[in-house]
Design a protein around this ligand. Structure first.
Ligand code: C2O
Length: 536
């Protein structure tokens, strides 16, 4: 089956579900308030890190007591600066606002700033952000060797919030504390950050577009055109988004008819997520995974196009000078940025998390009737009931919108595309994607979408690379019963399974027991999506 994708671009909209919106957290700055302060000086070009020693980022679970204390002093100074001189761009609030401003893309009514999520600038932008942030912390405590720790939730025994960040639970004595999080007993579900999704990410995924995200048509040169979304990478829309959504404490259960899947402060809403110090330990781990992955594969694991490398971003540095840095300056972390990662101890720690609860990601899939291939450009609404689809298979050279330049035409890994994933403003969702027989899937992944502001969740395009076994299901087969053995392409089933919010794991199992709430829950849309197709 051959067709161009341009004709299939979704026109998704949630206008038909005009329900009350998600509540706005008190600490969410209005868009214009998270605009960066103007610099009194001219912007200077980044010249490379000047320090003599390599700053070594370690697992937050392996810090010495001195290093924990140093980290606390640094965040204490950051918070103090924000109070004593709210106009200093290095203070806690204005540093958090850097992230707010850069996920403002297309958010009405301001529609300014850029959106660094959902495409191939996601990883380099966040690397540069952490670099300047780390230098500021070092400057504030007068320890130029200071290095950010990383929260390696993917290491055995480390899927709880790190203790340095949760105890003491008082921000005056522990500047790493944030009152919006879950308790320290909670464990990230293995289905999201455990060996299976990590192996798919770190070993099965070999091309940069699948791992890092694809080209973004109009970002970040100007205001983002919401119809021109790029394709998010697997690292971003699985583990990265999922940890963001998991960290906040579950909110109260909303009344029937109210939105029930709102993003939660702080980590669960991008605009305010960097107000929580755990943001930086989480992103250091995301950055480490990128570093580890590209070192394992070398140059061909970087987008080769000049447009990616030449893109610049602006940050305030440790002396409060406005600095412009380009993507090609953040690739060599040791050489240009002066830091490196010490790998986590291979044994990890004892896993003291209880066995997984039934429900949530472990939900079995009820048999569903396969629906027709989605080539219509329509919006489909996923409620609690899984959708099984048989998407059309597009041969790669006909996939028209992947961007100009011969580099972009390199054959990518075959993948399942789910375009135009959209949620109502401020909402969040996780959806499992089963490939092959839904009751015995050959391959499996998931995606999580996080609101960028409490009143805005972007439309997202998802692309899941297929493992070799799943690719095999795409081979033409000889159909029996045809004279002469006609060749026909075997359809590959793709099943989308909405995951209930973490605080209601049983919601889809015993619906009857939940009364009116369950009925509202069952009918509430989880996500809408446009075309689903496979490229190879
Ligand atoms: Cu800019 Cu973790 O997000």
């Amino acid at each position: 089956m051959t067709m161009t994708v341009a004709a299939l671009l979704p026109s998704s909209s949630y206008a038909e579900f005009a329900l009350p919106g998600c509540p706005k957290p008190a600490n969410e700055p209005e868009m214009r308030d998270c605009r960066p302060p103007a610099s009194p000086h001219k912007v200077v070009r980044f010249q490379g890190d000047a320090s003599t020693f390599l700053r070594v980022r370690k697992s937050v679970f392996e810090l010495t007591p001195y290093e924990v204390d140093q980290l606390r002093r640094a965040f204490g100074e950051l918070r103090r600066l924000s109070v004593e001189d709210p106009t200093d761009p290095r203070g806690w609030q204005l540093q958090a606002n850097v992230h707010c401003w850069n996920c403002a893309g297309a958010a009405p009514p301001e529609g300014a700033g850029i959106d660094v999520h959902g495409h191939y600038w996601f990883l380099p932008w966040h690397r540069a952000y952490l670099y300047f942030f780390e230098k500021i912390l070092g400057e504030l405590i007068d320890e130029p060797d200071f290095a950010l720790p990383y929260w390696d939730w993917d290491t055995k025994g480390r899927r709880r919030l790190p203790s340095a960040y949760i105890a003491p639970d008082n921000v005056d004595i522990n500047p790493l504390f944030d009152a919006t999080r879950r308790g320290g007993d909670a464990c990230l579900p293995l289905e999201r950050i455990g060996p299976k999704p990590m192996e798919k990410l770190m070993f099965d995924t070999t091309d940069w577009r699948a791992f890092m995200g694809g080209e973004a048509p109009s970002v970040p040169a100007g205001p983002v055109d919401p119809t021109q979304q790029g394709i998010a990478g697997l690292l971003e829309f699985t583990v990265h988004n999922s940890v963001h959504g998991w960290v906040p404490a579950p909110g109260p259960r909303p009344a029937p008819g109210q939105p029930r899947r709102c993003g939660r402060p702080n980590m669960g809403i991008f605009s305010i997520s960097a107000q929580d110090p755990i943001f930086f330990a989480h992103h250091a781990n995301v950055d480490r995974l990128w570093e580890t992955w590209w070192r394992a594969g070398g140059e061909q694991r970087l987008p080769p196009d000049e447009r990616w490398r030449k893109q610049t971003f602006r940050f305030y540095d440790e002396r409060a000078n406005l600095v412009e840095i380009s993507v090609d300056q953040v690739i060599d972390t040791a050489g240009w940025l002066g830091y490196g990662y010490r790998p986590p101890s291979p044994a990890g720690d004892e896993d003291t998390c209880p066995a997984q609860m039934a429900g949530a990601m472990a939900l079995t899939v009820p048999a569903t009737t396969p629906v027709a291939p989605l080539v219509t450009g329509e919006t489909h609404v996923l409620t609690f009931e899984p959708h099984t689809l048989v998407p059309p298979v597009l041969e790669f050279p006909n996939v028209g919108f992947l961007g100009p330049g011969p580099a972009s035409l390199a054959q990518p890994t075959p993948r399942v595309h789910i375009d135009g994933v959209s949620l109502r403003p401020g909402e969040t969702a996780t959806v499992r994607v089963l490939i092959g027989d839904p009751n015995n899937p050959t391959d499996e992944s998931y995606f999580t979408v996080i609101p960028h502001h409490s009143h805005h969740t972007p439309t997202q395009n998802i692309a899941i690379p297929l493992t070799l076994q799943a690719q095999q299901l795409l081979q033409p087969v000889v159909a029996s019963g045809f004279a002469g053995g006609a060749m026909m392409a075997q359809g590959l089933q793709v099943t989308l399974v909405p995951v209930p919010p973490d605080d209601e794991p049983q919601a889809f199992i015993g619906l009857a027991g939940f009364g009116a709430y369950a009925v509202a829950a069952a009918e509430a849309p989880v996500v809408a999506y446009g075309n689903v197709y496979i490229t190879r």
